[in-house]
Design a protein around this ligand. Structure first.
Ligand SMILES: Cc1ncc(COP(=O)(O)O)c(C=O)c1O
Length: 388
């Protein structure tokens, strides 16, 4: 089975720096490699496997749908597509949903919505403000939206029209001097280092958007679907965005992207304005609907409890400079070690962790991870963080 790695290295495009392990199966928060070695997974496929591997409830919803209708096309109605949109809208206050297959695509659609809304004020009203250290995807437009220069360097020219802000002062300056159609934020920046924005900042952006009739776009690709201890992270902040994007965990392991449109932009699109062959696929939507229905108050309270437990465990641990995060989205800053070395050390000891910008170890475990597995993983990560 060593072959898996060598075939992959030969034939799969070299876009990923993979860990030296091939995973072959999993159950809950445990994964197995080709030799049968067991790992505790604290990354959940980068916030995708909401209920871990081989989750029987999600599997059942998916299989049942798979056996009746795997795909139609968006020329026809299907029940899972309609019911998932209804559930998403009823639980978020959004009004309509556009479906696609990934976070980047969901953000593309969000940007289109803001631009089309802006165009009603004038052809030059198309600028979108995004934040330094943000991450919004890898298509040319979402790369342009991503406020990290090193992602831009090799792919010029990118889609024009993005303005990068460090803070509220920058945002206010842009709004005063440019024609701004939208402001795009993550409430907690994931790839950028697990940076949690303050309530003051997020509310300030919301109020400014309302006052200036600017579309507030909240990227919940990583933070959404229970990850931060509320159904969507914006719910921690007492705001109502105009557009919310999500992906990753909603599908539980099958590809989905959603752009949820609020009151202001619910009818912004007309037939032909956007589309996606697989968007709203009935199998993916059936699994997503099952996932969403399980994200109730009890589960969200558990997410908050476990998140706090992780934070407490690392707050004063040896080799830790700082801990950040919300719910089960946690960043740990080592005092002096490289986060990538900590991740490699954890892997050696059979715990899978992620890294993020600004030298963070990033933890995104399944929302239902058992406490004993969590405790074991915490001990391994603590050891890996120790100096010397
Ligand atoms: C906040 C955020 N937005 C967008 C994306 C892009 O999502 P995808 O990889 O599904 O295109 C990611 C992926 O990590 C993300 O974390």
């Amino acid at each position: 089975m060593k072959e898996i790695k060598s075939i992959d290295r030969t034939y799969v495009a070299n876009t990923y720096a993979r860990f030296d392990v091939a995973l072959t199966s999993g159950s809950g928060s445990v994964a197995y490699d080709e030799n049968g070695t067991k790992y505790i997974d604290m990354g959940a496929g980068i916030a995708v496997n909401l209920f871990g591997y081989s989750d029987p409830v999600w599997q059942q919803a998916v299989i049942q749908q798979l056996q009746s209708l795997q795909h139609t096309s968006n020329l026809y109605y299907t029940e899972p597509c309609a019911l998932l949109a209804k559930e998403l809208c009823e639980r978020t206050g959004m009004k309509k949903v556009f479906y696609c297959n990934s976070g980047a695509e969901a953000n593309e659609c969000a940007i289109k919505a803001a631009r089309k809304y802006g165009s009603k004020k004038g052809a030059d009203c198309y600028k979108i403000i995004t934040m330094t250290d943000s991450f919004h995807g890898r298509t040319l437009t979402t790369l342009a939206a991503t406020g990290q220069d090193h992602f831009h360097e090799l792919f010029q020219p990118l889609t024009p029209g993005f303005l990068y802000a460090k803070d509220m002062d920058d945002i206010q300056k842009y709004v005063a001097t440019e024609k701004v159609a939208g402001i795009l934020i993550e409430c907690v920046q994931g790839e950028g280092g697990v940076n949690v924005f303050s309530e003051e900042f997020v509310k300030g952006v919301y109020e400014l958007c309302q006052k200036e009739d600017i579309i507030l776009l909240v990227d919940e690709v990583q933070t959404g679907n229970g990850r931060c201890g509320e159904l969507y992270a914006f719910m921690h902040y007492g705001i109502m965005p105009d557009v919310v994007t999500t992906a990753k965990g909603l599908g539980g392991g099958l590809p989905i992207g959603c752009t949820m449109l609020g009151e202001k932009v619910k009818d912004i699109f007309a037939p032909g304005d956007n589309g996606s062959t697989f968007g709203g696929n009935p199998v993916v939507c059936a699994g997503a609907l099952s996932n969403l229905k399980r994200l109730d108050d009890t589960l969200l309270a558990e997410v908050r409890r476990k998140g706090q437990k992780i934070k407490d465990a690392f707050a004063n641990a040896e080799g830790v400079k700082s801990v950040s995060g919300l719910g089960l989205m946690i960043g740990i800053e080592p005092s002096s070690k490289k986060a990538s070395d900590v991740a490699a050390e954890c892997l050696k000891n059979h715990v899978l962790v992620l890294t993020a910008g600004h030298n963070r170890v990033r933890l995104l475990p399944a929302l239902n991870i058992e406490d004993d597995l969590l405790d074991q993983a915490i001990e391994v990560i603590k050891e890996a963080l120790k100096e010397g």
